[in-house]
Design a protein around this ligand. Structure first.
Ligand code: SF4
Length: 223
């Protein structure tokens, strides 16, 4: 049934995009406020945060993949970190031609003083009911995948593009997917954004898995 709101409101797609823009702006402002006083960009503070748990360091290509940014942007972001001694570069023990980046003690010390802006985001999300979180996560994954396909962001290490991912392989609505690597079922809420074991599927296989994933009914939510 049509209501007066159908005429006075922008289409829902526009309002979703506007809402996302508003969230993105708030996150960017928070990230800048946390990092800027320390002479870091939000990307640089995210790099240090990622390296914090990687004692052996990470290749720049993997860092770029994890943060879904392009290689030149990663190179540019890393240079000041290396120059300031917040991170260090060394040959990759597994491939002498490749480099690894690791956080230094100075990087750890600086990271500890940066306001932990993602905490605020975490709190906001934590206030959503679990069912809404699951649906939101599924929508985010779909948007990330679409942005990867259109080249807006670099491919990350997502389950939904992994060669081990078997979407909708099980009848159980809670855990319909299967990871062939660990040979275990899992649900939408378990889908990983940055899995170290991820192996990109061939384009045709990734597309087929994607279409199967899209056909999975999302968790129901009363409106
Ligand atoms: S290996 Fe990792 S990315 Fe691939 S399906 Fe399993 S959990 Fe997901």
């Amino acid at each position: 049934m049509e209501t007066p709101f159908d005429k006075i409101n922008d289409p829902i797609g526009l309002r979703v995009a506007a809402g996302l823009s508003r969230l993105a702006l708030a996150l960017k402002t928070n990230a800048q406020q946390g990092a800027a006083p320390h002479g870091l960009s939000p990307t640089q503070s995210q790099i240090l945060a990622l390296l914090r748990n990687q004692a052996e360091g990470m290749r720049p290509s993997l860092l770029a993949q994890s943060l879904a940014i392009k290689a030149p942007a990663m190179t540019e972001a890393l240079q000041p970190l290396l120059a300031r001694g917040l991170a260090v570069q060394s040959p990759d023990p597994q491939d002498g031609r490749a480099k690894r980046i690791a956080i230094t003690d100075a990087g750890f010390a600086l990271l500890a003083t940066i306001a932990d802006w993602p905490d605020a985001l975490l709190q906001t999300v934590a206030e959503l009911p679990p069912q809404e979180q699951a649906i939101f996560y599924r929508v985010i994954l779909k948007m990330i995948r679409q942005m990867q396909v259109s080249g807006m962001i670099t491919p990350g290490r997502l389950c939904i593009t992994c060669t081990h991912f078997r979407p909708n392989a099980h009848a159980d609505a809670e855990t319909p997917h299967h990871c062939a690597l660990v040979n275990a079922p899992f649900g939408d809420r378990h889908l990983r954004l940055d899995c170290p074991e991820q192996q990109p599927a061939a384009p045709d296989a990734a597309e087929a898995a994607w279409l199967t994933f899209l056909n999975a009914p999302p968790p129901s939510l009363p409106i």
